[in-house]
Design a protein around this ligand. Structure first.
Ligand SMILES: C[S@@+](CC[C@H](N)C(=O)[O-])C[C@H]1O[C@@H](n2cnc3c(N)ncnc32)[C@H](O)[C@@H]1O
Length: 302
């Protein structure tokens, strides 16, 4: 079988299984099998697949047709222009989560936090905490953008932290990210006490699990059956983790520190209400994603 036939056959099987973006999925699985890029595939349509490659490719096509996400089959996903390893232990990084990085960088830059505004050079180390790091995509993207940042990234899943550590190493930022297994930010309290009782962090950022338990049935099958439950569900209403996280972030952020949270599609009002009930927060703003859904919330610590 040649490349052109393999692609056509793979696309046809995925289309018959009603896989979304079946053309792209067939291409990605063949690229992964042959370890060649898309240009190579389309410039070598008559190149033959050996028997092993053909068997491997159609095995992946069958798994995709049965519902496994392409990213778990290829083991990779791009985020913020960087390639991340992903396994079924971590949420597949989503494009909308890149807005959190944009908003955080914009806030830190515009407010001149630990940056000499005259020269643009970093002044003192910037301290960042991330709750629920998963693949480490947010922590790694921030570490790459902010060479003066020291990041404390937590997750309750030891298996996720293993993946995150490998991603930090892959992108050369292991020395500035501390990965910690704990519930939300609970293990970071000693960092505060070691800084003479002063709240320590300049930025707390999180894309927490936020889907309400009752909404599980409405999730796409790929998500519901393959992505980790720990990464998806945020309690009965989806607001439970936000309430705890906002309380902890209030204790940990320095005065004028910034909180950046990803929001579930229908949770903006609920999260705003939590912040409104706590006098430690001000300047609450919500930004929409490209689909027009309120997606990123920013607040400042008074
Ligand atoms: C929605 S995923 C986000 C992963 C990654 N930051 C991203 O944006 O792609 C949420 C992550 O929070 C972790 N998590 C869930 N409950 C947690 C808790 N109580 N404390 C710390 N991490 C938690 C999950 O294991 C998962 O990795």
């Amino acid at each position: 079988m040649d490349i052109r036939t393999a692609l056509r056959e793979g696309m046809a099987r995925l289309r018959a299984a009603q896989v979304p973006s079946h053309t792209l999925a067939a291409e990605l699985l063949l690229m992964h099998t042959l370890q060649h890029d898309r240009t190579w595939l389309y410039t070598h349509p008559e190149a033959p697949l050996d028997a092993t490659a053909e068997e491997n490719y159609f095995r992946l096509v069958s798994r995709r047709a049965a519902g496994e996400p392409v990213q778990y089959l290829t083991g990779r996903q791009e985020f913020w222009g960087l390639e991340f390893e992903v396994t079924p232990a971590v949420l597949i990084p989503r494009p909308e989560t890149e807005h959190l990085v944009e908003v955080a960088l914009d806030r830190l830059g515009s407010r001149g936090i630990k940056i000499n505004m005259a020269t643009g050079a970093p002044s003192a180390p910037l301290h960042i905490a991330e709750a629920g790091t998963g693949s480490g995509c947010l922590a790694v993207a921030l570490a790459r953008e902010l060479p003066h940042a020291e990041i404390f990234a937590t997750d309750i899943s030891a298996a996720a932290l293993e993946v995150a550590r490998r991603n930090a190493a892959r992108h050369g930022v292991s020395d500035r990210i501390h990965f910690i297994e704990c519930d939300l930010l609970s293990a970071l309290r000693p960092s505060i006490s070691s800084s003479q009782g002063r709240a320590f962090f300049d930025l707390v950022i999180s894309n927490p699990p936020y889907i309400a338990r009752g909404e599980a049935a409405s999730l796409p099958r790929e998500v519901r059956e393959h992505e980790p439950e720990l990464a998806l569900y945020g309690g009965e209403t989806g607001l439970e983790i936000y309430r705890r996280l906002i309380g902890e972030a209030g204790d940990m952020l320095d005065r004028d520190g910034t909180l950046v949270l990803e929001l579930g599609y229908n949770l903006a009002n609920g999260v705003r209400a939590i912040l409104a009930g706590d006098p430690r927060w001000t300047c609450v703003r919500v930004t929409n994603d490209l689909a027009g859904i309120p997606r990123v919330l920013v607040a400042e610590r008074v």
